[in-house]
Design a protein around this ligand. Structure first.
Ligand SMILES: Cc1cc2nc3c(=O)[nH]c(=O)nc-3n(C[C@H](O)[C@H](O)[C@H](O)COP(=O)(O)OP(=O)(O)OC[C@H]3O[C@@H](n4cnc5c(N)ncnc54)[C@H](O)[C@@H]3O)c2cc1C
Length: 327
């Protein structure tokens, strides 16, 4: 780890001012991702701005939805009554991630910005366009079993690792930020960007911009939602493929659907093609198979991860079947 300055922030405006003035500054929430990367020399912040004393740790339930402060811990969010009742998919996604100890530390803001688990990104021996622009991508020719099949580019095939974000993508979440140029509300689907030519650019956040909250809208049918994650072992492991789904079934017909995929894409992947395929159909195996085919139609497998296409389809069909059977 390299030397760094440490500031314990007590108000957002000062934290934002510090982050805007110092290009090497980084906010720190639970530190479960950032400190890991600092120890690996992948992240080298010159200044750590500790957010733990900011008043951003409330979950507010309103008629229009739920507002979740950026410093709310993953475990507090997962076990919150309103989340379990109104948005089970989010609670299930959170509880499928990491370990109880890590979930007790990890914050909502940090989870949104956690970096990929691509081994070539996390080991500075290898070339990585995400770590060092134009260095090349060792994963393209390397062992790419865990990598993405959706949203990849010539520069990067790293998978987005978050489970929580897959649920947020399905739930039409909105990210609230505050920065040197004021406050913003960013639709979750626009928050993470496709890699394109610069895979280091992962979100639309600007220098010094602080995530302050996430807002979830009220949608009665979000109660009928589910997260299914398949991984190499039952705990302490990232997804090989996962699906977050919600179905609005009226008189035996799907009136609305939300589908997002994890473990297979370079960002939390909202599968609108699958949603369109589902709407107007009766909840049934053929309808779910058609939706899965639509969701993975654009998949581009690498040498070692073609199995993910089939796996993701199975995961999606199973998640939809489960949700359709929720009374
Ligand atoms: C062993 C292990 C297993 C794991 N398994 C899983 C898993 O299965 N599924 C899963 O989804 N995750 C998993 N994780 C990842 C874990 O969920 C993340 O490390 C955690 O969510 C990050 O939150 P944090 O508060 O600790 O972030 P930090 O490490 O504090 O910060 C992460 C990034 O977010 C930035 N940041 C933090 N807060 C803000 C804010 N409010 N505004 C702007 N920027 C901010 C920081 O500058 C940093 O760049 C695992 C982690 C570990 C160590």
């Amino acid at each position: 780890m390299e030397p760094f300055a440490y500031i314990r922030e007590t108000d957002s405006a000062t934290a934002i001012a510090h982050a805007s003035q110092e290009p090497g500054a980084a906010f720190i929430g639970g530190g479960t991702n950032l400190v890991d990367l600092m120890k690996l020399y992948v992240a080298r912040p010159t200044q750590l701005l500790d957010l733990n004393r900011l008043p951003l740790d409330k979950i507010e339930t309103m008629e229009t939805g739920v507002r979740i402060g950026a410093m709310v811990r993953n475990s507090d969010l997962a076990y919150h009554e309103a989340i379990r009742l109104r948005y089970p998919v989010l609670s299930e996604a959170l509880l499928s991630g990491a370990t109880p100890q890590i979930r007790n530390m990890a914050t909502v803001g940090g989870n949104l910005l956690q970096r990929t688990r691509c081994p070539y990104f996390r080991d500075t021996f290898w070339s990585c366009n995400k770590r060092e622009p134009s260095a090349g991508c060792a994963a393209l020719e390397g062992y790419n079993r865990s990598h993405a099949v959706l949203g990849t580019s010539e520069q990067c095939i790293a998978t987005h690792p978050s489970d929580m974000c897959v649920a947020l993508a399905a739930l039409d979440a909105v990210v609230h930020t505050s920065g040197p140029h004021g406050e913003r509300r960013i639709a979750f689907r626009d928050f993470h960007v496709s890699y394109g030519d610069d895979p280091a650019q992962e979100t639309v956040l600007q220098q010094g911009e602080l995530i302050t909250a996430i807002e979830l809208p009220v949608q009665p049918f979000f109660r009928r939602s589910h997260y299914l994650k398949v991984r190499d072992r039952a705990s302490f492991e990232f997804a090989l493929a996962s699906a977050a789904v919600a179905l609005d079934i009226q008189n035996g017909t799907i009136a609305a659907a939300r589908v997002a995929l994890g473990g297979v894409a370079t960002k939390p992947w909202r599968a609108t093609e699958a949603e369109e395929a589902l709407v107007g159909t009766q909840p049934s195996e053929p309808s779910f198979q058609a939706a899965a085919a639509a969701a993975l139609a654009a998949a581009k497998p690498q040498t070692h991860n073609a199995f993910k296409v089939k796996l993701a389809k199975h995961v999606l069909v199973r998640a939809l079947t489960t949700v359709a059977n929720i009374p």
